[in-house]
Design a protein around this ligand. Structure first.
Ligand SMILES: Cc1cc2nc3c(=O)[nH]c(=O)nc-3n(C[C@H](O)[C@H](O)[C@H](O)COP(=O)(O)OP(=O)(O)OC[C@H]3O[C@@H](n4cnc5c(N)ncnc54)[C@H](O)[C@@H]3O)c2cc1C
Ligand code: FES
Ligand code: FES
Length: 492
């Protein structure tokens, strides 16, 4: 592997180029399945970035990446352990060792950690500092103070075994006490502008147009298709798989947007989870508390809604929500010289455990979510062992259309009870056309507990899952009638 400072014109498509410390770094012969963490630590000897779990769970490997976006930099803290190195082609990258303005000095994120005693053994510290740096760019550098809630969100993907979180959260809230240290954004943007786009025809393809993505998929259906790689990356680090060819759809411009239509919104497959949930929460504020339970901040910054749906895990969180909301998916392919597409209700996509009816040349491009009616009531519940950064044992989302007391329509999505995310059709039938009363709810609870045969596994026993499922429906009733005294999700 060679490190050189290239003249942009001489770059080959396969060369991995990113900006670090304000300058372009170009690396040749980087395999498509090399992780960013291995590249940093082993190839660039940048050992300030640590490896803890290699599974996206602990945050020790957190780095910050930035992409040019409308003449500015958009910053994201990401887990480098499960992220392919080539995914940072054309981006700027910072590790903890890149933050000091001058040798021997500390960035405010680092100084605050020192002053508030946020580090003991120090293993987690570079990861925390990078999450703080990402937060600093979006808050202090924009003239805004950091509050406790923002700090907790930004740090939700970082684990520390020594200090406890209070001093670290305190450090986050005090980063603004020091003289502001800004990134030289014009210089970084200039360096980024000199990097040649990768395109689709490479071992690690980064198409920027939908047509190029679909053509590449049609030519190489055997290639590994990824979006944020927060699921797929585990195949490398935990599954020991090798990827010979990758198509990364995260740069496809058409799929990076949320489109508004009179009766639905369409979320592109390259929209990250954070933005997708924000779009859903605009008209359904209740979604935000549910979304905050999805993984931690860095995973929501990298992972996509499309990846969650395509992955089709029975304990994935967005599918019960999307099923309850009546979402459809749009699949696209390049066939006989043109783009073809088909649209289907989300729950019909799945055929078995992590199996779906997408053809090898098809890509899930859009998720269409109907807008709420004035009669909608929505309750979304996730039960997991940990509040943050944990996978569901059970997930239940209830959407009711009501006229007065009468339930005109019930739509219920469930996770953790079958081989795929599912719709609770019998429970829906038990509610439809009835009054939303304790008696109706009790009968529907009994139906819901019997509708599925959940398995027992490390997350929960079958009996627990059945019991909790019914309890969650009762909770929906209590909430909808204003009788809930405590909502844990609302506690900052
Ligand atoms: C620490 C950690 C915590 C997590 N917590 C949660 C959680 O709380 N809830 C939850 O539901 N999930 C969780 N996940 C799983 C993961 O983050 C989500 O499933 C995420 O939405 C996947 O999106 P992605 O863009 O990263 O998909 P990728 O990893 O890039 O892809 C996942 C799969 O989908 C396929 N794929 C991706 N996009 C498309 C497309 N547009 N068309 C066709 N196929 C496609 C890929 O080929 C791959 O097989 C967690 C993961 C980690 C590592
Ligand atoms: S090493 Fe634990 S999240 Fe990457
Ligand atoms: S300081 Fe030791 S793990 Fe955080």
């Amino acid at each position: 592997m060679t490190k050189q400072k290239p003249s942009p014109a001489a770059l080959k498509p396969q060369t991995l180029v990113f900006v670090r410390r304000g300058e372009a770094v170009a690396l040749n012969n980087v395999p498509p399945d090399r992780t960013l963490l291995d590249l940093l630590r082993e190839d660039l000897r940048s050992c300030d970035t640590k490896e803890g779990c290699a599974a996206g769970d602990c945050g020790a490997c957190t780095v910050v990446v930035a992409q040019a976006c409308g003449g500015k930099l958009a910053y994201r803290a990401v887990n480098s352990c499960i992220r392919p190195a080539h995914s940072v082609h054309g981006l700027a990258v910072w590790t903890a060792g890149d933050l000091a303005a001058t040798p021997g000095s500390l960035h405010p994120a680092q100084q605050a950690m020192v002053d508030h005693h946020g580090s003991q053994c120090g293993f987690c510290t570079p990861g925390f500092v990078m999450s703080l740096f990402g937060l600093y760019q979006d808050s202090v550098c924009q003239g805004q103070a950091v509050n406790r809630e923002q700090a907790q969100h930004a740090l939700s993907g970082n684990l520390c075994r020594c200090t406890g979180y209070r001093p670290i959260v305190q450090a986050a809230c005090h980063m603004g006490d020091y003289p502001v240290q800004r990134v030289d954004e014009p210089a970084v943007l200039h360096a980024l502008a000199g990097i040649e786009p990768r395109g689709a025809d490479a071992d690690y393809g980064l198409p920027e147009r939908l047509e190029d993505l679909l053509r590449a998929r049609s030519q190489s259906p055997q290639a590994t298709l990824i979006a944020g790689a927060t699921d797929a990356g585990l195949q490398l680090t935990q599954g020991r798989q090798r990827w010979r060819q990758v198509i990364d759809l995260s740069r496809v411009a058409e799929l990076r947007v949320v489109e508004d239509y009179p009766h639905h919104i369409a979320i592109g497959a390259a929209v990250n989870l954070q933005h997708a949930f924000e779009a859903l929460a605009q008209e359904r504020p209740h979604v935000q508390a549910f979304a905050n339970r999805f993984a931690g901040w860095p995973i929501r910054q990298s992972g996509t809604l499309g990846g969650n749906v395509a992955n089709g895990s029975p304990i994935g969180d967005s599918m019960p929500l999307l099923i309850a909301l009546g979402a459809h998916v749009v699949l696209m392919a390049w066939r006989r010289g043109r783009i073809v597409h088909r649209e289907l209700p989300l729950e019909t996509l799945y055929t078995g455990y992590r199996q779906n009816l997408m053809a090898p040349d098809e890509v899930l491009c859009w998720i269409k979510v109907p807008r709420p009616t004035p009669h909608e009531w929505l309750g979304a519940y996730k039960v997991s062992k940990r509040v943050e950064d944990d996978i569901s044992a059970i997930c239940l989302v209830v959407q009711l259309q009501r006229q007065g007391q009468r339930i005109t329509q019930a739509s219920i999505g469930v996770g953790g009870v079958a081989a795929t995310p599912v719709r609770a059709v019998h429970t829906e039938a038990a509610l439809r056309g009835r009054d939303w009363t304790p008696d109706t709810v009790q009968k529907a609870q009994a139906v819901l507990r019997q509708e599925f045969e959940p398995i027992s596994d490390m997350r929960a026993s079958s009996a627990y899952r059945r019991e909790v499922l019914g309890n969650l429906l009762q909770r929906a009733w209590l909430e909808s009638t204003g009788q809930t005294e405590i909502r844990l999700e609302d506690l900052a």
